[in-house]
Design a protein around this ligand. Structure first.
Ligand code: AMP
Length: 282
């Protein structure tokens, strides 16, 4: 695996590879890698891609200072995992390579409705930061395929919109399944910050999502939502939302609709850790 820290070198390397006929599969991350991230590298390799992973803890997408300061960092362990997974290139830039004119001088995008609901509403400025960094990384890496995790469902939609706004017709977005722990907890870098007792209850979020799915044909969503909120509170969570939406455009729904593709989404706090997860209803 070749590691690059500056833009010029990685661009040269990737364009040489592409000239030889390789297709680049790109996996942007913020590090503290786990099996969820690695599944994206494996998928890209399985698709025959030349795999490029980036680790960049993007300061502009954190609306909460303490979340940024306490975000886990484990570059050496990350490199080990990527080596084992057979990743070809790691991009590990400093902030100055991503934002050469400073964080306040970058392109911003209007994601409209997508930025006004759920994560957008609860984390002001978050998707603006995601848009900034992903646009910049796409300009640098120029991938053929971009691999994202369904775990961040709304983020996938925002990035799809970014690619459309930018008219990047040569970039194909691939959304890959959420990798979970044995109790259903969606893997996340932030899980490393859970205490033992928080970790013990963390699977409840997924259990609630599964119960929403299983009750879609029998129970009004308002009732299932209340049951989930009550269960989460009883376990010690502070739920932010238990929501149902159209899986194609995230239009929020008051009730289940037969024949409509739907996704259930939950965000909840345990102590100072905020967890999110979702399930597309089958
Ligand atoms: P992050 O480092 O949290 O910014 O995540 C980098 C990429 O990995 C994003 O596309 C995430 O959606 C994806 N990802 C994070 N957790 C998981 C997971 N448990 N399963 C699959 N993909 C994930």
């Amino acid at each position: 695996m070749v590691i690059f820290k500056n833009v010029k070198d990685i661009q040269q390397f990737i364009s040489d590879k592409k000239a030889l006929g390789s297709k680049a599969g790109f996996i942007p991350t913020m590090g503290a890698l786990h099996a969820g991230h690695i599944s994206l590298v494996e998928k890209a390799r399985h698709d025959g891609m030349f795999t490029v992973c980036s680790i960049f803890l993007n300061p502009t997408q954190f609306n909460n200072k303490s979340d940024f300061e306490k975000y886990p960092v484990s570059v050496e362990g990350d490199i080990e995992l990527l080596l084992k997974a057979g990743c070809d290139v790691l991009f590990l830039p400093p902030v100055s390579e991503i934002y050469p004119d400073g964080v306040d001088h970058t392109e911003t995008f209007d994601f409209g409705y997508l930025d006004a609901i759920l994560e957008g509403a609860r984390r002001p400025g978050h998707f603006k930061g995601v848009g900034q960094v992903v646009a910049r990384l796409l300009d640098i890496v120029r991938p053929d395929f971009l691999y994202l995790g369904q775990k961040d469902y709304q983020q996938c939609m925002v990035i799809n919109k970014l690619v459309a706004i930018r008219g990047m017709k040569d970039v194909t977005v691939k959304v890959c399944p959420t990798v979970r722990e044995a109790d259903g907890l969606a893997m996340s870098s932030r899980n490393r910050r859970l205490t033992e007792s928080q970790r013990a209850i963390a699977g409840t979020i997924y259990q609630c999502l599964v119960s929403i799915e299983s009750k879609q044909a029998t129970t009004p969503f308002a009732i299932v939502r209340k049951e989930c909120e009550d269960i989460l509170v009883a376990k010690g969570f502070v739920p932010e939302y238990v929501a149902l939406a159209d899986a194609r455009d995230l239009i929020l729904l008051e009730n289940f609709e037969t024949g409509r593709p739907m996704v259930a989404l939950i965000a909840a706090w345990t102590g100072e850790i905020r967890l999110i997860d979702n399930v597309v209803l089958e």
